[in-house]
Design a protein around this ligand. Structure first.
Ligand code: NCD
Length: 309
């Protein structure tokens, strides 16, 4: 099995068949992860560098764990982006990677398009672990895996993406993926956090009323308020945001339907999601994290060229 692309820069570039192949492969790796010995030799001769220019807990650990489970050699390259200008940093990176002769690069960067730049300059396979406000493809893939595992399918599942759509690379990757796989999608949040033409661009409905969005959906994927990316006041206060768009147990209990809750983490507890929702049986949040390792194993494996051998 192979993919139609050499890199994973975004879901935008994947075909529905690519997505199906990744989800299928992840299913096999999830089985490996249930065994007492959770390691396979698939990437034994492969060297991977993890380049994280932006903070990360889950994504970084998840990629590192996936690489170790596949027996790859890994190098971690950290840079503090703050004191170096963006162009210099990326060119430096290119030269560093070329001299290290690595096979694959996992990259997170605060600049949208940084992994695309890298892909044009070095021969290694590039995996985007989140670029600015653009895409976070492995997050969308693990979200899709979790929905499929829970609902049995992606086709026709009603998914509401709720919150800070404007600054969320997770939302963008989810929109591409869910539309390609035939899910029904709406976006919901305050008008100031929803890009103006998103409805036409993705063929999705925009709903400003949280209750109506929740009454409609099977799955609510709740996004973090990305305060670090907001350079102007887009809502009056976190407390007011919580009153209008926060998801509480009481709100969920008052709905006629059962809504499954997802969140990519890190959660702002008490802002977009209350603790008694995040930690409840309706939440897939920890399954998402678990599935993330299998998804990243699948992506690394399929892009390593070992899969066609
Ligand atoms: C997301 C990210 O970094 O884009 N987190 C993650 O990778 N799990 C979402 C976020 O930061 O809110």
């Amino acid at each position: 099995m192979t993919l139609s692309t050499r890199h994973l820069l975004g879901i935008k570039d994947l075909t529905p068949q690519d997505i199906t192949t990744i989800l299928e492969t992840a299913r096999q790796f999830k089985e490996v992860l249930q065994r007492p010995v959770k390691k396979v030799p698939s990437l034994r001769d492969i060297t991977i560098v993890n380049l994280f220019y932006e903070n990360s807990t889950r994504t970084r650990i998840s990629f590192e764990l996936a690489e170790k489970r596949l027996s790859a050699d890994t190098v971690n390259f950290s840079a503090s982006g703050s004191s170096v200008s963006k162009g210099e940093t990326l060119l430096d990176t290119v030269n560093n990677i070329l001299s290290m002769k690595v096979d694959m690069v996992v990259m997170r960067h605060s600049a949208s398009g940084a992994p695309h730049f890298l892909a044009r300059h070095i021969p290694a396979a590039i995996i985007n672990a989140g670029d600015g406000v653009n895409e976070h493809p492995t997050q969308a893939l693990l979200d899709a895996y979790s929905i499929q595992e829970h609902k049995g399918t992606l086709e026709g599942v009603k998914v509401a993406l709720i919150g800070d759509i404007m600054h969320s690379r997770v939302a963008q990757s989810n929109l591409y993926l869910l539309k390609k796989m035939g899910a029904d999608v709406i976006v919901c949040g305050p008008p100031t956090l929803i890009p103006k033409h998103i409805g036409e661009a993705f063929g999705v409905k925009v709903e400003y009323n949280l209750r109506r969005a929740l009454e409609w959906c099977d799955v609510a994927n709740v996004l973090r308020i990305q305060l670090e990316r907001q350079n102007q006041v887009l809502f009056s206060s976190l407390r007011e945001y919580n009153l209008a768009y926060g998801i509480s147990r009481r709100l969920l209990d008052s709905l006629p339907n059962d809504v499954t809750i997802m969140h990519p983490g890190p959660i702002n507890r008490g802002v977009e999601l209350d603790s008694d929702v995040a930690d409840s049986g309706r939440s897939l949040i920890l399954q998402q994290v678990e599935n993330g390792v299998a998804i990243r194993m699948a992506v690394l494996y399929l892009l390593s060229n070992q899969s066609s051998a």
